[in-house]
Design a protein around this ligand. Structure first.
Ligand code: NAP
Length: 488
């Protein structure tokens, strides 16, 4: 029987982080070799290449924070340190022959759809023409620096946590940290260990759940190396545990939310003895409204004699340090900005131009949305990984990328079968999907009386408001009714 050979698309992936590596592996599995990964930096790893601050670790259990097909017996802690995660991604990238496909130090500057192809221009002034572009740039990769008057006049050293200056000697120094989010909670205990006086500038207190870390011995690792089914079981066990507790709590399921609230409140009460300090650290919004911090060191550290929790708001920064509204100057040698990221840039600042010259900045000028978090009408054959409204606030980002990648591979396979040349989400599907999301938001805790990076400029959470299993179910396969598909 004569079988038409499958077409082989050319594909550009933007970004060589966890998602870019995963996509390349999946595409190679389909026999697609014409894959180019354009990576703006000189190394792979995304978040884990960028964030090298002292204390950097993943607050999702390590055995869960792996690709499902590549368990890792080598983790040395329950919450893997940043450098171990970076090593893991490098190892996987080499093992699956992804590394040779990466063009390092080459950012995408322009990306334009023309005559059924995407034309790419890079920062090295090179051009590329491909059938599909997949943006795998991640979410939290544009550091947000606070607009505090006088910041640039500070004469000491000042840097953002994602741009850590390892040349700065912190020993015995007067260190200021602005911010008390997930990053700050990891970095502050390390600063308190090494620094002289450490001033922590807190604008809003955070809920913290204490899940103790655990060191894995060489004996544990030898056991896992010998029997990989144990690591697989650990992966599955942690996945179920997070899904049944944290993931359900944030979308407003009563019992898991009550449990999470109880654990956070008990942690605060049991950990902070001084009632004045405890009051300062007590949030006035629902548990989970901001990302719950998973941490077992912050509360102990903030009670050390060289730690100072400053809750008076910041008025300005001068050459000598931070001045708070009460007129007090907090003199500093080093100022660390643990002030988070701009979460709505996605693949930008690159210029993205879709059909009929439509620009992404126009389409997203009012609201940043996508169909199924992946497709934007008018931008055919352009796929956004981990776009707006994934379950990013509820689950492991690796599991999310795997679900999206599997969904996308079905589309690519249909393209290979020549079912279409061009695929574009319809404006109706886009509208209906976003209305469906909005309808689910009311019950979630993200609208629980706080401000957070989850919220867009209208105050809508850019999150998935339903269960993880619902998301997996809806992402099983594409519904072609929601797409305009065409043979050109
Ligand atoms: P974040 O959660 O956005 O926290 C930023 C902190 O900076 C907040 O405390 C914020 O205060 C404060 N801040 C911002 N601008 C300020 C200003 N002008 N003046 C005073 N304070 C200011 O950022 P993040 O800690 O980097 O974490 C971001 C996300 O990264 C997390 O939610 C998490 O999803 C992820 N993360 C994960 C891990 C992990 O282990 N997997 C580790 C780190 C980060 P307000 O609260 O008042 O806004």
């Amino acid at each position: 029987m004569n079988q038409t050979p499958l077409r082989k698309p050319s594909i550009a992936i933007i970004g060589a982080g966890m998602t870019g590596i995963l996509l390349c592996i999946k595409l190679q599995k389909l026999g697609i070799e014409d894959v180019t990964i354009l990576e703006k930096k000189d190394d792979l790893g995304g978040t884990w290449r960028e964030n090298t601050y002292p204390g950097v670790a993943c607050d999702i259990p390590a055995h869960m924070y792996t690709y499902s097909f590549e368990p890792n017996p080598e983790w040395s802690y329950r919450f893997a340190r940043g450098n171990e995660i970076q090593t893991y991604f490098k190892k996987v990238s080499d093992k699956y022959q992804v590394t040779p496909k990466i063009r390092f130090g080459e950012a995408v500057v322009n990306c334009k759809y023309q005559d059924g192809k995407w034309n790419i221009k890079t920062s090295k002034n090179k051009s590329l023409m491909v059938d599909f572009v997949i943006s795998a740039t991640g979410i939290l990769h544009h550091p947000a620096k606070p607009e505090i008057p006088g910041l640039s006049s500070f004469k000491g050293k000042c840097f953002h946590t994602a741009e850590w200056d390892h040349k700065v000697d912190l020993k015995g120094k007067r260190i200021g940290v602005i911010g008390t989010g997930s990053t700050a909670a990891q970095v502050i205990p390390e600063m308190i260990k090494i620094g002289g006086k450490v001033s922590v500038f807190q604008r809003t207190p955070q809920w913290i759940v204490n899940v103790p870390d655990k060191h894995y011995s060489e004996k544990d690792r030898a056991k896992w190396r010998k029997n990989p089914s144990i690591t697989k079981r650990l992966h599955d066990w942690y996945t179920i545990a997070v899904e049944q507790t944290f993931s359900k709590a944030v979308i407003g399921k009563k019992l898991p939310h009550a449990l999470m609230s109880f654990l956070c409140k008990r942690n605060l009460k049991n950990s902070i003895k001084d009632p004045v300090l405890r009051a300062k650290l007590t949030p006035n919004y629902r548990v989970g409204c901001k990302r719950v911090i998973v941490n077992s060191t912050f509360y102990e550290a903030i009670q050390k004699p060289n730690a100072d929790l400053v809750t008076e708001s910041i008025e300005k920064i001068t050459a000598k340090g931070v001045v708070t509204k009460d007129g007090k100057l907090h003199e500093l040698d080093v100022l660390i900005l643990a002030t988070g990221f701009h979460p709505f840039n996605f693949m930008r600042p690159m210029n993205l131009t879709g059909k009929n010259g439509v620009k992404i900045d126009q389409v997203w000028s009012k609201k940043i949305q996508a169909y199924r978090s992946m497709f934007i009408p008018g931008f055919p054959n352009f796929v956004l990984m981990l776009g707006p409204n994934t379950p990013i606030g509820n689950f492991s980002v690796i599991a999310m990328s795997e679900v999206q990648a599997n969904y996308l591979m079905k589309i690519i396979q249909d393209w290979q079968l020549k079912k279409f040349d061009e695929i574009d989400a319809t404006p109706d599907a886009f509208k209906n999907f976003n209305a469906y999301l909005k309808a689910g938001m009311g019950k979630t805790v993200w609208l629980g009386g706080c401000n957070s990076w989850y919220l867009d400029s209208d105050g809508d959470p850019a999150m998935w408001p339903y269960t993880w299993s619902q998301w997996e179910k809806e992402m099983k396969s594409p519904d072609y009714k929601d797409f305009a598909i065409k043979n050109l």
